[in-house]
Every structure is written in structure tokens, then in C-alpha cells.
Design a binder for this molecule. Sequence first.
Ligand code: LLP
Length: 434
Amino acid sequence: MNREQFNSKGHLLVGGVDTVQLANEYGTPLYVYDVERIRQNARSFVETFKKLGVQAQVAYASKAFSSIAMLQVAKEEGLSLDVVSRGELYTAIQAEFPTDRIHLHGNNKNIEELEMAIEQDIGCIVIDNFWEIDLLNGLLEEHGKEMDVLLRVTPGIEAHTHDYILTGQEDSKFGFDLWNGQAEQALTQLMDLERIHIKGLHCHIGSQIFETHGFVMAVRKLFEALNNWKSQYGFIPEVLNLGGGFGIQYTDEDEPLPRSTYVEELVTEVKRQVESMQIDMPEVWIEPGRAIVGDAGLTLYTIGAIKDIPNVRTYVSVDGGMTDNLRPALYHARYAAAVANKMNAPREQLVSIAGKCCESGDMLIWDVELPHVESGDILATFSTGAYGYAMSNHYNRFPKAAVVFVENGEHQLVIQRESYEDITRFDLPYERPY
Ligand code: LLP
């Protein structure tokens, strides 16, 4: 999203639409998505695979932002879908997402989730633990069905956003460790089951990763195991799912690689390994969430109280906070901002943006340069499209904010703002029992 586009009134534009007008019409806080940007992000992955002539699935990790409208766009762009819960699967079904392109994840899938996946004939289940193998097999027998699966493994690469530390990584709640015998045990168990078809391996090394080295290392680790498994069990993968985690720009300090570069380097390494192992090229699947929606979204707030503590700090409070964007409080995540109604004014003031929640840690941005701000101004925070609405919550009983999609100069409400009735909808009065 272009963060600097504004009209003659000095109002920030998204997809050709005046964000100040959006704030007036829909209220704040407001999530705004540039749908064209979502499409471009999706296409840069999909088209790179096409260009390289590799069979692939680009599965949108819907945990980043799941809604019926979003999944419609994902479907239009030919993406597949990663879901991790019954709620995400239910949303996909409501969006009429083709179920054969849905992959179910989770470290504790329950009977209801697995049954729903089986009944809906989803594309594949990513097997995470031994308990799930037994559970799934039993359910498939009960339903008289079969299922394709991938085996989720932890390859021994731990990604710390910028750098990678090679560790055992055995100590993870997800998947089977590649090196302590458990992945191999799971593989042989799965190969023996008639109703379960083991298509290949899955690994995900982390999130917001800015280089390709960790991914390449992960591919090498997978192939170390695959070489052994080929000679011992004749197992040859049809699919390699290398997860998501491709980094995006939040602030100027972030320097993400082009999306195509991740794909090119992953594919190059897989091709190299496949040649030396002398097997057919498997399908390569990836699961980007943030890199599809993150930089396509922004949040609009109205500025309220401004507290200036001379020689210390100016707190500029907005009408949202950790309820609509938990990431600063949870991960010390950093964001860039602009005053949407003063885009042509110079940035001359160093301020900190405070949320409205009753919690000192509810700070959206520490130290950001903005034009002179006044109560009533509209603040935009950028790159809030991933894990923003998705992790929003009702702390302090704030209703969840609305979501608007913008495309081709038009805007459309795609998630309604919650009301105060919604906030108490599930509350029941207490009937004193004596
Ligand atoms: N695949 C798997 C198996 C994952 O666990 C995840 C993210 C993804 C794909 C998508 O990762 P992405 O491309 O979006 O980085 N709430 C955190 C991120 C947690 C990600 C969990 N898994 C945040 O706000 O940064």
C-alpha cells in the first residue's frame, strides 16, 4: 500500500478512496483493506511458481485474517487455504471456498474438527501428533472415508525473525521432531494405514522472516530425512509444504525481500535436492498469511486526549488500542503512522500513541514523528492487515471494530462494527439459588 498518497485536501488515500471520508462514514477504529494490494500479493506468489513451471499450492494462512469477504478474494485469486480450527473451516465453508483446496492444521485437533474436515472432504490434514493419527484413523473408519495428509515435522531450524539459530527444536508443541525418531515412527505408522494417504511433509520455521537462508536450511534438513526414508521405506514425497512466515514492512527499518525471491530460492533448493536424490519434483506448497494481507490493511483511529508532560513525552490517545491491535503489547511490535487528514503537513512533533484500554502497556507506538496533532484528527497505522482483526478482543468490553474493503475507488463494509448489545449478548442474569 502506498502510504504517501493523498488528495487535494491533504487526506490519505487508499485504493483511490479518501480515508477521512471512510472514518466519517463508518466510524473509528476502522480496519481498511486495499483489495488490489491483497490480489497483487497473492499473484506475486502464484505467478512466480507458474513462471518456474512448478506445481504448487499457495495456501493463504487464514489465521492472519479470516472473514467471508477475505476468503472470497482468496478463492478468486486461486489460493488454497490453511485453517487451524473449526471456526476458520466454518468461515471457509460459508465463503464457499473449494474444500479440496483447504488444509487443516492444529496441534490439538478435536473430534468435531476432524469430523467436519472428513465430512467436507477437505484437501488434506496436516498431522501433528500420534494421538491425532489414531483419532483420525478411527473417524475415517467410522465414516468409511479416506484422507490425504502431510506429516508436520520440526526440521531443527529455529527462526528468530532476522537470524536463525540451529537448535534441536525438539521442544515445540507442533509436529514431530525429525531427529529423535518420532517423525520416522509417525511416517511408518501412516504408511501402514489404508485410509490415510501420506502425501508428504510440512514444516514452518517461524514468522516475519526477512531472508531465505532459514528456509533453504529447512529444505536441506527435510531432504536429509527424505533420503533416509527413501532407502529404508521407499517413501517419496508428492508434496512439500514449506509453511509461511515471509516478512513484510511495518516500519522503515524492515526490509523484506520481494515475495518472488522467497519462492525462487525455495524452489531452487528443492530442485537441487530432488536432482541429487533422483526423484520426481514434488508439488511445492507454501502458507503465507501476513505476506498476503499484512501490508494491504491499515487502521484508522480518532485522536482524543493529548497529554503533554513537558520535557518527558506527549501521549496522544486514540479510540482503540490493544483491543484492535494486540501486537505491540504482545510482541513489542512496531508500526508506522500518519495523520490521515494532514498528509501535506510536515512531521514536526515526536509523540507516543496510546490506546484507550485501562492498562499502561496499551501503547500502540512509542516515539513517532507526526505533524502537529489535535483532538479529532484521524490517525492511520499501517500494515495492520495481518493478526490485527484476527487477534482483536473485548478487553474493557470494547466492541470489535468494523472492516471495510476498498477497490477500484469503491468502498464496502465487510465486517460490521459490534454494538453494545453484542457485548452483552451472551451474558445471562444470575439467578440467586437460595
Ligand atoms: N503456517 C503455519 C503452520 C503457521 O503456524 C503460521 C503462523 C503460518 C503458516 C503463517 O505465518 P505468516 O506467513 O502469517 O507469518 N500472531 C503472530 C503470528 C503468529 C503466527 C502463527 N503461525 C503475529 O501477530 O505476528
